[in-house]
Design a protein around this ligand. Structure first.
Ligand code: ASP
Length: 341
């Protein structure tokens, strides 16, 4: 046994992969994958220091989620833990780092789903909730509803002990610059619509999928939506089936990308339906939907997917997707760009 451990450690150091030592108590092997958004992300527009910051925050988030699983905790707790690490970082468009709306505010969306029984919770357009994923989970666990929005969701949060903040808690210089740039590219007629093709969208939504020792899958997604959104626009992230889905019978999915397309193509649920009904692997199903369904239609983005055995796939049709995973053997991987990681 000791020899095997030593050999694994040696192989890992040769491959530049960090093994994660903690193993879950006896039961199903555990695994977790996270994303921090997809989009125009390449080495040319990223400083070495920024890249280090992203890698280290992704590693911190995936390890935090994995620690929950390794201690025997549920996949629900694990995905919330991982997402909250990213919600608290300005690097990602979720929680603290949420983008600005057209009117200079922040409106946040989040959802969560439990693969064991397909329970789900979601919040949309909340302005004062520090951790939207915590509220989505509370909606799932404590309310009779699946989705709450705006002021109603905030009134519901006030009945629970959840942290609230004023909207300017989410302010940041970098995101404000993105708003100014976005507005500069908008049509100057009275509808002031965003032209998706003219704008380099700053994605950065966060999400996590996990499998726990009981064999239960979970998925969670949290976002500030899209820069300069208006008229109460809601994307896919809080829409169960579009941005988030989990069912132990098939897979767990969290998505990031141009939300309107993910809603129209019901991306997360479609991937899991293909696994359930077409006898294809989660990897095949996810590749097919991201590259052969979404992309030809003009939809950009990616997904993280975990199947009931803990296999992980992370396809995206953009230049990059911030991502990290710890698989059932404890192998940690962090990636940003295309195949080069
Ligand atoms: N999917 C999110 C939305 O459309 C944006 C993103 O993933 O960055 O609101």
């Amino acid at each position: 046994m000791k020899k095997l451990l030593l050999r694994t450690l040696m192989a890992c150091s040769v491959l530049g992969i960090s093994p994660v030592s903690a193993q879950a108590p006896a039961g199903h092997p555990v695994a977790i994958a996270i994303h921090g958004g997809a989009g125009t992300i390449n080495k040319d527009n990223m400083s070495a220091e920024k890249e280090r910051e992203y890698r280290s925050k992704l590693e911190q988030a995936v390890k935090a989620g994995h620690a929950v699983l390794a201690a025997g905790g549920s996949s629900l707790d694990a995905v919330v833990e991982a997402v909250q690490v990213m919600e608290q970082s300005e690097l990602f468009n979720a929680g603290k780092g949420a983008v600005y709306t057209f009117d200079g505010e922040h409106e946040l969306d989040a959802s969560i789903m439990w693969g064991k029984n397909r329970q789900a919770g979601a919040v949309a357009g909340v302005k004062t909730i520090k951790s939207p994923i915590a509220l989505a989970r509370a909606v799932m666990v404590h309310s009779d509803h699946v989705m709450l929005s705006g002021r109603g969701a905030e009134a519901y949060a006030a009945t629970l002990e959840l942290d609230t903040v004023s909207n300017d808690y989410f302010d940041s210089k970098a995101r404000l610059e993105q708003l100014h740039k976005a507005k500069a590219t908008m049509k100057l007629d009275k509808t002031a619509q965003l032209d998706p093709l003219a704008l380099d969208y700053k994605f950065g939504t966060v999400g996590a999928v996990a499998l726990d020792k009981e064999g239960n899958l979970a998925a969670a997604t949290s976002t500030g939506g899209m820069t300069a959104k208006r008229w109460g626009r809601i994307g896919d992230s809080p829409v169960i089936g579009a941005g988030t889905f989990a069912d132990n019978q098939s897979c767990a999915v969290s998505a990031t990308g141009h939300g309107e397309y993910f809603i129209r193509f019901n991306v997360a649920a479609d991937i899991c339906a293909r696994v359930a009904y077409q006898n294809v692997s989660a990897q095949q199903a996810a590749d097919e939907v991201i590259h052969n369904v979404l992309k030809p239609a003009g939809g950009t983005g990616g997904v993280i997917v975990m199947d009931a055995q803990g296999n992980i796939s992370q396809p995206f049709n953009t230049q990059g997707m911030y991502r990290a995973s710890i698989d059932t053997s404890g192998e940690l991987k962090v990636g940003i760009y295309g195949h080069s990681q």
